[in-house]
Design a protein around this ligand. Structure first.
Ligand code: CA
Length: 426
């Protein structure tokens, strides 16, 4: 891969960026934002600011990149991402140049600088992409083992196919919402343990799932698989993903076709798309795969990413308390394998598709990525900051996911993926 100048850890920006910020000059993630005065437009995060790409484009700062007119004045990033990874990289490199401490093009143009940089607390982030399709994998061995142990048999927790293919199901794209969107507690059919018959009502076992998701930037034709060595051409970047789950609805409905109403009432994503380019320095080797995978799933080298993840929970009037710390590097199946497997039968993919990892659990109990595992299906209780106890999510509770990679003094973060649970609608 060509060297990405924007990733140089020694770069400094003339925009002030706190050491703990998720958005240093080495990150430059893309998103869609709205202010009180503007319709949705594309922007880049830098420190506590959003850089307005429409303004930069219209005022000549992106000349020479051959970008189509109006490219950033859109509700979604799909058309921009569809220009391909190389073009997205060029734009990121140019923005990196403009923001460098020793570049005065924008820095010394007071009027432009003040109009192009908008304080983050003045913007409202939107869904970054229009999502045609959403697939949810199940690629963490620890998570699959925990769930299999609870719901089936601890001695045979993994089903026989699990180490041969990245298991997944097709989720619901229409109910994916951006961070900050509150969701009502879902209602549905539940079969209590002491009852012969199902009942209808609000879920009593509402949960979160801590996941990452990648977004595609290139479509394929129906019938044409993506070869595993080409997979990265199709992936523009990542967001955090909370796959809210109603465990009681899920447990009653899931046999034999898998998740349905226990999952499709809502999933939340973080608003900033952190590019695969920005994550390049954080690649690590994945777990050893045994038994050996079939040839179409064989990858070599560092295909996982060292991204520290956490989930926190906050009661309505309480304080935020971390309930889980895990890492994306634990994933058994990597993103290349997921995409190659997804398309090996000729299934076509589209620009803006979301491919979620599945709950990311680590080896220790504090690293489990769902309440189902953290409380072992309600058998243990969690203590929140305000002293209250939880097994599952109560009305008024908020869940926030955070994640970042760090190395050589650079911290590439994802911002927040947050959502509050409101009471079930009557
Ligand atoms: Ca999931």
């Amino acid at each position: 891969m060509t060297k990405i100048k924007a990733n140089n850890p020694t770069l400094k920006s003339w925009v002030e960026v706190a050491r703990t910020s998720d958005f240093p000059i080495q990150n430059l993630p893309f998103g869609i934002f709205k202010t009180r005065y503007l319709s949705p437009v594309a922007g880049v995060a830098i420190g506590n600011y959003v850089l307005d790409l429409v303004y930069l484009h219209e005022h000549g700062y992106l000349d020479g990149l051959s970008l189509p007119a109006g490219m950033f004045h859109q509700q979604y990033l799909n058309d921009f991402f569809a220009l391909g990874r190389a073009k997205v990289r060029e734009v990121r490199e140019r923005i990196s140049e403009l923001l460098r401490h020793n570049n005065d093009e924008l820095k010394d143009h007071k009027a432009d600088r003040e109009l192009a940089l908008i304080p983050m607390n003045e913007v409202q982030m939107q869904l970054p992409v229009k999502i045609p399709n959403y697939t949810d994998f199940y690629s963490s061995e620890e998570h699959a083992t925990n769930v299999g142990s609870m719901f089936r048999d601890p001695k045979n927790a993994l089903l026989p196919n699990w180490k041969h293919l990245p298991v997944a199901y097709h989720g619901r794209a229409s109910s994916i919402v951006v961070s900050g969107t509150n969701l009502h507690r879902p209602k549905g059919q539940i079969k209590p343990i002491d009852s012969d018959q199902p009942i209808y009502g609000p879920s009593r076992k509402l949960d979160f799932e801590l996941e990452m998701a990648f977004i595609t930037c290139k479509e394929t034709k129906l019938g044409h698989p993506i070869h595993i060595h080409e997979a990265e051409e199709y992936i523009v970047g990542f967001v955090l993903f909370n796959d809210w789950s109603a465990r009681d609805i899920q447990q009653w409905e899931y046999v034999p076709l898998g998740p349905f109403l226990g999952k499709n009432f809502g999933s939340s994503i973080s608003p900033w798309v952190v590019t695969l380019d920005a994550l390049e320095p954080f690649r690590v080797q994945g777990p050893e795969q045994y038994p050996h995978v079939l040839p179409y799933l064989v990858t070599e080298g560092a295909k996982n990413f060292d991204i520290v993840l956490e989930a926190s929970m906050k009661a309505e009037q309480g304080e935020d308390a971390i309930v889980c710390r895990t890492n994306f590097k634990y994933m058994y199946w990597n993103i290349h394998q997921q995409l190659a497997h997804h398309t090996v039968n000729g299934c076509n993919i589209q620009v803006g598709d979301i491919y979620a990892s599945g709950t990311i659990s680590g080896p220790s109990p504090g690293s489990f990525g769902s309440l189902l595992e953290l409380t072992w299906n309600g058998q243990k209780t969690l203590h929140l900051a305000d002293g209250s106890e939880r097994t599952f999510i109560l009305d008024g509770d908020s869940i926030t996911l955070r994640g970042h990679a760090s190395k050589d003094g650079v911290r590439i973060g994802f911002g927040e993926c947050t959502g509050k649970i409101l009471p079930a609608l009557k």
